[in-house]
Design a binder for this molecule. Structure first.
Ligand SMILES: NC(=O)c1ccc[n+]([C@@H]2O[C@H](COP(=O)([O-])OP(=O)(O)OC[C@H]3O[C@@H](n4cnc5c(N)ncnc54)[C@H](OP(=O)(O)O)[C@@H]3O)[C@@H](O)[C@H]2O)c1
Length: 251
């Protein structure tokens, strides 16, 4: 497969490494900071040879990039976050130009499988009243948001599959927790690349499920999996749809 990298920053470079390992080649790198032939131009000339494009740039750039790629009829994987309010327009363009697009706030294969494992575990433990559930996440000191988007998604999974929990609480409580509150704490320090844990706890024991990210490689392999999947398909999909298709009813 020939890929076009739209955005050649940290993720663009990680995608290039991962793509080469999977036997794909890079047909174009589009980024304003590239030296020699630097361009942000998305045209038939620059991406015409690509089978699929991967967009990892900036929230302000993503929607215009998506429009240009889609108008050229190329399938696209979008990792950039922060443009989702434009989703209705994007859906129209994708349908009008008859191409395919996959987007996700987190393309890590491990995290997305973790959501599925967490859903299954929540359904099981919910059946036994002696078990309670809570969560924790740890990230580097520069992370802007808290809890992380991934932690919020994990909380949604718990609220859906462990119905005794009806509300997410993320603050310091300074009071006993209500049984229907799902407590999720965030820790910030140092360089942690990102850890998310769920604890199912009873008087007798604790089951801990933890996903620990080591690098950006997990995002790249998930995004490439999505890129391989979207070629030849039409419509707008999330990474969850991709996994649903690949895994069927598993878990
Ligand atoms: N979904 C996921 O799994 C996932 C995972 C990791 C990151 N992300 C998201 O992906 C995005 C990129 O992350 P990153 O870590 O690679 O950031 P980064 O290192 O800042 O790279 C972004 C690159 O895109 C370039 N760029 C800006 N506007 C552009 C345009 N119009 N056309 C082409 N290139 C353009 C930037 O150039 P300048 O520096 O000159 O602006 C920069 O080189 C962020 O939104 C991040 O949150 C998503």
């Amino acid at each position: 497969m020939k890929i076009a990298l739209i955005g050649y920053g940290k993720m663009g470079r990680e995608l290039e490494r991962a793509a080469q390992k999977r036997g794909h080649s890079v047909a174009a790198r589009i980024d304003p900071t590239l030296e020699l032939g630097a361009t942000t131009e998305i045209s038939l000339r620059t991406i015409g040879a690509a089978d699929v494009c991967l967009e990892f740039t900036h929230p302000e750039a993503a929607t215009a990039n998506i429009e240009q790629v889609v108008r050229l009829g190329k399938p696209l994987v979008v990792g950039t976050t922060g443009w989702y309010r434009h989703l209705p327009e994007v859906e129209k363009w994708v349908s009008q130009w008859k191409t395919g697009l996959v987007y996700a706030p987190n393309f890590s294969l491990g995290v997305n499988l973790f959501y599925r494992v967490a859903a299954g575990a929540a359904r099981l433990f919910h059946r036994f009243d002696e078990y309670d559930v809570c969560g924790a996440e740890t990230h580097h000191r520069l992370k802007a948001d808290s809890p992380s988007g991934t932690a919020r998604q994990l909380a949604n999974v718990v609220l859906e599959h462990f119905p005794r929990k009806k509300r997410l609480v993320v603050d310091s409580l300074n009071r006993p927790i209500e049984p229907e509150e799902f407590h999720l704490v965030s820790l910030r320090a140092g360089s942690f690349p990102g850890t998310h844990s769920l604890f199912f706890d009873s008087a007798a024991d604790t089951l801990e499920l933890t996903h620990t990210a080591r690098s950006r490689a997990g995002f790249a392999s998930g995004a490439l999996l999505a890129a391989e999947w979207i070629v030849g398909k039409q419509g707008v999909y999330t990474f969850e749809n991709v996994l649903e298709d690949l895994l069927g009813g598993m878990l």
